[in-house]
Design a protein around this ligand. Structure first.
Ligand SMILES: [Fe+2]
Length: 248
């Protein structure tokens, strides 16, 4: 350091670091819009890892439920709504008289968030009185995060399977509002039913299909079936159109 004192050198280094940091900030602003930071991206990436683990059998389905609910419980909702451009997503939504409208959110490209996720996402939009109709799930884990409005949410354990029925038992029946979460799996709370108590009721849904190889998907049921002992219910399986007609 012949002509540059140690102090000058430090100042120059500091200045270039500040410039780099400023550039990064500007880059993020450009990509994200004002004030948005990638916290949402981090938990979406964490959920991706948990979902890979549950598919790879390194994680039990009930552990996926617990960990995902913990992550969703920490969400900064206004930030997340910006992240998925919620206002734009729902601005032209045509609510259905029965059932939910399913919208597909897009995530900004962010370092650390894989471009292709192992889970699917959607935003359900409902008006007052309509429902995500009662259904169970084969070989799936899913999570709900309420984004707005109020719901009556009912969940049931699925205890037995018959050819045209399943035995279920109620586990949760309560009001859900913004920031509330719930999850389902083969092992816990497999059946759910969410009825909107207000207009402009929105749910963010995460779903992992085919946790194991094999058949996967929704199974519609009528939870108002024959009451058995110990709170159990014999719930008839329903065709999709009947489920929406009866409960949508
Ligand atoms: Fe579901």
């Amino acid at each position: 350091m012949s002509n540059v004192t140690r102090r000058e050198f430090s100042e120059q280094t500091l200045a270039s670091l500040v410039t780099l940091s400023l550039l990064e900030t500007l880059f993020q602003r450009d990509a994200w819009g004002d004030e948005v930071k990638p916290i949402a991206a981090r938990w979406l990436a964490d959920i991706n890892q948990l979902s890979l683990d549950v598919k790879g059998k390194q994680l039990k389905q009930v552990e996926w439920q617990k960990k995902v609910e913990e992550l969703l419980g920490k969400v900064d909702l206004p930030e997340f709504l910006k992240f998925i451009q919620f206002d734009k997503l729902v601005q032209d939504v045509k609510f259905k008289d029965q059932g939910e409208v399913s919208l597909r959110p897009r995530f900004p490209e962010v370092e650390g968030l894989p471009k292709s996720l192992v889970y699917g996402t959607q935003v359900f939009a409902l008006k007052k009185g309509s429902s995500v109709v009662p259904h169970g799930h084969d070989n799936m884990v899913t999570a709900f995060l309420i984004l707005g409005g109020k719901f009556r949410g009912r969940l049931y354990d699925r205890l037995e399977n018959g050819p045209d029925w399943m035995i279920i038992r109620p586990t949760i029946d309560r009001e859900f509002s913004a920031r509330d979460t719930s999850t389902i799996s083969d092992d816990k709370d497999n059946v759910h039913w969410f009825q909107a108590l207000t207009d402009d009721a929105f749910i963010f849904n995460i779903h992992v299909m085919s946790v194991r190889p094999g058949k996967t998907g929704r199974v519609y049921v009528d939870p108002n079936g024959e009451k058995l002992s110990d709170g159990r219910i014999r719930a008839k399986r329903l065709k999709t159109e009947d489920a929406y007609r009866l409960f949508g």
